[in-house]
Design a protein around this ligand. Structure first.
Ligand code: ATP
Length: 577
């Protein structure tokens, strides 16, 4: 496909904020794409150069982009920078200054060159990058230049989410969303939308079922539903297994001989961050190749006691890793196995998987099989729960004995039973910031007084507002938020945001914060859970408990469905007193 054709579609996508329309445009685009190009097209529309889990960054900041524009157009650097100050976007600057007419560039060439820029390293990297980009700019028409720069700089802001891509793929074949479940399943086990698109294009939806789990490529993680009481667990599961709910970091570990890769809850690679866990996987996992999951938690090397989350979280850092691994080593409490030496065991029942996991782990300090018991009555659950809570843990996890590992699903195969659920609404929620209000009084001087926050509506892949949050942040944190949000501000609501309230500044849904509230109430002001004329749901007295849930992407935020079920549970507990 010619790059100019892709650019035509990008311009159409940019002009709409309606999701259905977006799906239709993507459907057309995918229909016209060749199997050889479609992966690149999918990545580029999402402003990426690789699947989400590969941390390939474009690697050129504004200063270098300006140099490349100068080199390509001959316009002096000072003038380029001046124009940028006026326009605020290098895409527009390049479009205005570009004189070329040719529309010869192909999508695959552009993609390869952008990747080359991103992966160039060693001596003279900066110069090489500037030259490569300038060469491409020279070959671009003005409009192509605009998008060429916007894609890698993350300035497209089309709002094309993963689910919209899947819907678009389905649409390209059937004109509707009917193939989304098959496409989603393929995505859940590969985490690579480009691969899913290419496979679909080459061999249709039947080809999708041939996509398999592969070591080294993360699998979207299974998640748990909330349980309100021991009785509810037994009612739903009957006899089940209980494990302590350990408060650390979720780790999916892939071992391929000596090569180990670790992924976070969010499928970001954390191998370099946790070298002690990677070493333990190498040493203690008795399979040549395997994929296991567990929770990594810091422990005191003197006493062997586990450390609280506030200490474990200090291991989330990019620098000083070697020192931290001595003072605050991590232990992986393994709780599942997905794949062993070429055998996909996600279809095997939980009980058997757990036994096989036990056989895989050799003695050693770095990995330990998580404690587990079987129970068949509420009393035993309450007892286990109490001992864990008394030991300072958050609670327990209940697991259905015959359940498969369902990638990317949140269902009642796993139920989390936390201390907080026993009282009123004490569990926290993870909300996505979609805008901010300037505020009055004290904080008006920072220009930010409250954040408009939303939950995720999974079915329609959009964010629906649930609260205006104005407390819980320190002055520093407000300022930091203001800066972060201004960098992603929009002059209109984002295509995937559904809001009745209009904040002073709209932003891209990007940042997730943990929020606690006293209660969930019905509310006509917010859109979360609103149906027809029925009001939505809102949080009463919301306050931020953690401003940066960096381990969560917007789609991992609390869902609309969860808010409704928390509201129902809360009402029931009120009736009971
Ligand atoms: P979620 O991950 O469900 O979206 P969250 O990030 O707020 O929500 P919690 O609700 O506290 O996390 O609980 C789920 C997490 O608990 C898992 O993702 C995992 O990291 C952790 N966990 C701790 N112990 C276990 C266990 N025994 N089995 C499964 N997960 C466990």
């Amino acid at each position: 496909m010619k790059f100019s054709t892709l650019v035509d579609y990008l311009a159409q996508l940019e002009a709409t904020s309606k999701r259905l329309e977006m799906t239709r445009i993507l459907g057309e685009l995918f229909k016209h794409a060749d199997a050889d190009d479609i992966a690149a097209i999918v990545y580029l529309t999402q402003e990426r150069l690789a699947p989400n889990y590969e941390a390939i960054e474009f690697g050129m900041g504004e200063a270098l982009i300006a140099q490349a524009v100068t080199l390509a157009t001959g316009v002096p650097l000072a003038d380029v920078k001046k124009l940028y100050k006026e326009r605020g976007d290098y895409g527009n600057v390049a479009e205005e200054l570009s004189r070329a007419k040719s529309k010869k560039l192909q999508v695959d060439q552009v993609f390869e060159k952008l990747r080359e820029i991103a992966t160039t390293s060693g001596e003279g990297t900066v110069e090489k990058r500037v030259n490569l980009l300038a060469d491409m700019l020279k070959a671009c028409s003005p409009r192509e230049a605009r998008y060429l720069l916007r894609v890698p700089m993350g300035r497209l802001r089309l709002g094309v989410g993963d689910v919209t891509v899947l819907d678009g793929l389905s649409w390209s074949e059937t004109g509707d969303k009917s193939l989304r479940p098959d496409l989603e399943r393929a995505y859940n086990i590969t985490s690579d939308l480009g691969l899913v698109a290419e496979t679909f294009k080459r061999s249709g939806f039947k080809g999708l079922s041939k996509l398999k789990i592969a070591v080294g490529r993360p699998i979207r993680m299974e998640l748990a539903e909330r349980a309100k009481s021991a009785q509810e667990i037994i009612d739903r599961m009957g006899e089940c297994a209980l494990e302590p709910k350990v408060d650390g970091f979720r780790v999916q570990a892939h071992k391929d001989g000596e090569k180990v890769r670790l992924f976070s809850r969010n499928l970001e690679e954390t191998t370099e961050m946790f070298p002690d866990v990677a070493d333990a996987v190498r040493a203690q996992l008795e399979a040549k190749r395997a994929i296991i999951e567990g929770e990594a938690i810091a422990f005191d090397p003197e006493t062997g006691d586990f450390r609280p989350f506030q200490e474990t979280i200090q291991r989330k850092r990019k620098y000083g890793i070697d020192e931290m691994k001595e003072t605050l080593p991590l232990k992986l409490l393994a709780f599942d196995v997905l794949w062993i030496d070429g055998e996909d065991v996600t279809g095997v029942g939980y009980k058997e998987r757990h036994e096989r996991l036990g056989e895989l782990i050799a003695e050693g300090p770095g990995i330990q099989l998580i404690e587990q018991i079987y129970v068949n009555e509420p009393k035993a659950i309450d007892e286990f729960f109490m001992t864990k809570v008394e030991a300072g843990l958050e609670g327990i996890m209940a697991k259905r004995l015959d359940s498969k590992y369902v990638a990317g699903a949140r269902n009642f195969n796993w139920m989390k039973f936390k201390r907080a659920y026993q009282g009123h609404l004490r569990d926290t929620m993870d909300l996505v910031v979609v805008g901010y209000l300037r505020g009055r009084g004290q904080r008006a001087r920072f220009g930010i007084g409250a954040l408009l926050c939303a939950v995720y509506d999974k079915k329609n892949d959009r964010f629906r507002t649930v609260a205006k949050v104005g407390s819980g942040l320190t002055e520093m944190e407000w300022l930091e938020y203001r800066n972060k949000l201004d960098a992603i501000a929009l002059d209109h609501p984002h295509a995937r945001v559904d809001s009745k309230m209009t904040p002073d500044v709209w932003v891209e849904p990007k940042y997730v914060m943990e929020v606690q509230a006293d209660e969930i109430t019905r509310s006509p002001i917010h859109t979360a859970g609103a149906k027809g004329d029925d009001p939505g749901y809102a949080l009463r007295f919301p306050r931020v408990t953690n401003p940066n849930r960096i381990d969560k992407s917007p789609e991992d935020a609390t869902t609309e469905h969860e808010i409704i079920s928390m509201f129902e549970k809360q009402s029931r507990s009120e009736v009971k007193g």
